[in-house]
Design a protein around this ligand. Sequence first.
Ligand code: BG6
Ligand code: MG
Length: 213
Amino acid sequence: MFNMQGAIFDLDGVIVDTAKYHFLAWKRLAAELGFDFTQADNERLKGVSRMRSLDILLDVGRCAMNDEEKEVAASKKNAWYMEYLGTLKQSDMLPGALEYLNYLKKQGVRIALGSASKNAGFILEKLGIGGLFDAVIDGNAVSAAKPDPEVFLKAASALSLSPSVCTVFEDSLAGIQAAKAGGMKVVGIGSPELLPGADMYVSCLRAMHPSGV
Ligand code: BG6
Ligand code: MG
């Protein structure tokens, strides 16, 4: 394995499967605007900021909105998304995620969250795992979205570690590009076909745990 003194985790799609709730909320907005939004369309939103996601959705539906209308639509989508997150609990974590976080902690590896989501704090609280992280850098703390490395560089800095001894865990192409641009190792959660550029690939964090829990 890499010289991993710090582990930086994306949230959505790495620690918890929230993509299905993002999808439901975006699909509901699209229905209100009068067009269909498919699972395949939703793939384009992974790792992408909320406002950029809205632009992609509007592009799919060939709709135009001014900035004010965009703010209203994004707020509406977020309210629905948060409503769907209402029942989220620790058992909704992706396979092996909790075990791997606990394992790394025991090994003395420092752990950070590096997520585009502005709801990260809320989600960590619902999952009851906020206390496992030495640093949390989320969509509220950055000005440049992935593939810009800002989120991961801030996470490494908050851990007081050089990027070269940090490994990022990511399920989006933009996130993998961000990690590489930041000079970190990156584990792709998914396939090399969909996520070119990572240093290694696993299907979920369970595969990272030495005992394969
Ligand atoms: C990323 C998700 O983690 O966060 C994206 O992969 C999402 O799909 C982005 O758009 C922003 O999330 P939020 O919770 O701030 O709307
Ligand atoms: Mg993700």
